[in-house]
Design a protein around this ligand. Structure first.
Ligand code: ATP
Ligand code: MG
Length: 263
């Protein structure tokens, strides 16, 4: 089957006053349709840069980024994005925040249909009854749920998330992981998730990509062979434990503290 996302031999350096700063140096990532790809790597290695490439917000010096059989050369409307701090508009209520991408991508869609779509998503993430609230009236976890709904309301080709759960406390974060899996079960989507949290990567991912230290290359790809209907408890079982072990070792290598150099 064709890959939905195909990143081939991507190299990129930022031009800085001090000269070129190589950030990506041989990035190869393949993500199939409806697959969830988690990406981990040392701080500052180039993970957010990778999200900008997939969204078409920048072009690499070398290599190719393909999305749905088309080469990405300019910003894509068909990409949904979610970040650590949900950027919800305070002058709109939650429902109208979730609807926003539809206004841009599907301007001819009747308001009635937009509302129905947004309400259905808000219900899936447990936010029914909060449609009329302002973002500041919600907790951080609830805001993040709303921002996830907004990111997928227009059925984007891919949902790109850059540490969306990073600012949440542990329990809220685990709740959101489960919500994310429940959401995917009801409405499959393709996702790229950048995270610092190895447990998060194993729980949410179908594959976990470990990037090397800067300039980043694809250092290791872990196939997460856990059942699709997993719950948080699975993280305490042997198979997940072994995967976490492998990832920890790979991160040490990426940070240059491993026993052996990566290949
Ligand atoms: N627009 C830019 N111009 C110059 N340098 C940049 C730019 N954006 C990022 N960088 C540098 O490129 C490197 C990679 O940045 P990037 O934000 O992609 O890393 P990251 O892996 O997301 O980091 P973190 O784990 O801290 O989120 C960093 O050294 C950063 O300072
Ligand atoms: Mg980043």
């Amino acid at each position: 089957m064709d890959n939905l996302i195909d990143i081939k031999g991507v190299r990129h350096a930022y031009r800085t006053k001090a000269g070129p700063l190589p950030v990506l140096d041989g990035l190869d990532i393949q993500v199939a349709e409806s697959e969830f790809c988690a990406v981990v790597g040392p701080s500052g290695c180039g993970k957010s840069t990778l999200t900008r490439l997939v969204a078409g917000l920048m072009r690499p010096d070398e290599g190719e980024v393909w999305l749905h059989g088309k080469r990405v050369t300019s910003p894509r409307k068909t990409v949904g994005m979610a970040f650590q701090n949900p950027v919800l508009l305070e002058w709109r209520n939650i429902l109208d925040n979730v609807i926003l991408p539809l206004e841009i991508v599907a301007p001819s869609m009747p308001r009635r249909d937009r509302v129905a779509r947004a309400e259905a998503l808000l219900e899936m993430v447990g936010l029914s009854g909060f449609e009329g609230k302002r973002p500041s009236e919600l907790s951080g976890g609830m805001r993040q749920r709303a921002s996830l709904c907004r990111a997928i309301v227009h059925k984007p080709d891919v949902l790109i998330m850059d540490e969306p759960f990073g600012a949440l406390d542990n329990f809220t974060r685990e709740d959101l992981w489960q919500t994310m899996r429940d959401l995917r079960a009801k409405e499959p989507f393709t996702a790229v998730l950048i995270t610092h949290d190895l447990r998060e990567s194993v729980f949410l991912g179908d594959q976990v990509i470990v990037l090397s230290g800067r300039p980043a290359r694809t250092q290791y790809v872990l196939d997460v062979t856990l059942p699709d209907d997993r719950t948080i408890d699975i993280l305490y079982e042997r198979e997940a434990g072994e995967m976490l072990h492998i990832l920890r070792d790979q991160i040490k290598i990426a940070q240059g503290r491993g026993a052996a150099e990566a290949q």
